[in-house]
Design a protein around this ligand. Structure first.
Ligand code: ASP
Length: 323
């Protein structure tokens, strides 16, 4: 008996993969799918347009909409996986957010393109075809949200956009989980941090606490905190030098802000650093949290979600150490 083809839901959000004009995405999810007739042989494809924007405009509202649609869709028995088409600028952030809030083991694959449709050597169709192949593949189950471009398969936690070249998406210090070769996904390792169904950061709120990222540089002065404290942010991620470092006067200022209720997380502006606690900075005394190997933009996402559960720095540190 012939089994029925996999049903894959494609959620389109815009980005260069859909952008034929210099300014805005123009092609809809249906256009992207229709441009690759082979996709319909791989799976039964349903397409929904979530938004139509360049990904620098992605907001918490869009994330909440995507998360809720994905959780509802994957709860249906006949939907095997979800593919999200997305601009590359904030693709890693959306992927990591979903990695923490999707409640299913079924594959969720986020895909974009470095080149626009119809440009020479456009990569969007190959990337989308690979994304559907991954979403249909039983080996993609239980590996958390995945990202694919340039025939590489990455964990949402580890991947970041590193250049504007075709091979822009890398997992510095860690490497990809696998590759797609001749349309076949091949996996070589597993993510070990909590994600999707095992994540402790599922939530049902309709908004998220506000977290800002502050970027360090030689000569930075404590007044950099003024805007965030005056505007009532709940948390700050420090994109510090080296080991998430900050100059002595800022340690004092941040320690004061922590006493007033701000949660302060030390990440690094270096592209792969495992921030060591209590190294140069006395995190335990000052009540700081360290970001493990998460880059500042991902540390911000984890902190926003952690703040929906607790404001205790020690408990928030546990989330950083395990997710
Ligand atoms: N501007 C684009 C975006 O939406 C860049 C891209 O998709 O590569 O992020």
């Amino acid at each position: 008996m012939k089994s029925s083809p996999a049903k894959i839901l494609v959620l389109a959000t815009g980005g260069s993969i859909a952008q034929t004009s210099p300014t805005d995405p123009t092609l809809l999810g249906d256009d992207l799918v229709d441009a690759i007739p082979e996709l319909r042989n791989m799976a039964s494809i349903l397409v929904e347009q979530i938004v139509q924007i360049s990904s620098s405009n992605i907001s918490v509202e869009v994330w909440l909409k995507l998360a809720s649609r994905i959780n509802n869709a994957l709860a249906e028995d006949d939907i095997q996986g979800v593919v999200v088409t997305h601009g590359t600028d904030t693709l890693e952030e959306t992927a990591y957010f979903l990695n923490l809030v999707v409640e299913s083991e079924k594959p969720v694959v986020v895909v974009g393109a470095m080149r626009r449709p119809y440009s020479l050597g456009a990569d969007g169709s190959a990337n989308l075809s690979n994304a559907v192949a991954i979403a249909c593949n039983p080996n993609a189950k239980g590996k958390g949200v995945l990202v694919t471009l340039n025939s590489e398969i990455h964990s949402a936690r580890d991947v970041t956009k590193t250049t504007s070249n075709l091979d822009a998406f890398k997992a510095p210090g860690l490497g990809p989980l696998g590759y797609v070769r001749a349309g076949k996904p091949l996996f070589y390792r597993m993510p070990t941090r909590m994600h999707t169904s095992a994540s402790k950061l599922h939530f049902s709120n309709s908004s998220l606490p506000r977290v800002a990222i502050l970027y360090s540089y030689a000569g930075v002065t404590p007044d950099i905190f003024e805007a965030t404290t005056a505007s009532g942010y709940d948390g700050v991620v420090w994109a510090g030098t080296g080991n998430g470092n900050l100059p002595k006067p800022l340690r004092v200022a941040a320690g004061e802000a922590v006493k007033q209720g701000l949660v302060f997380v030390r990440a690094s502006r270096v592209n792969f650093v495992v921030v060591e606690r209590n190294d140069e900075v006395d995190d335990d005394t000052l009540g700081f949290v360290t970001a493990d190997s998460l880059n500042p933009q991902k540390a911000r996402i984890l902190l926003m979600l952690a703040l929906t559960k607790t404001t205790d720095p020690a408990k928030i540190q546990e989330f950083f150490d395990t997710h």
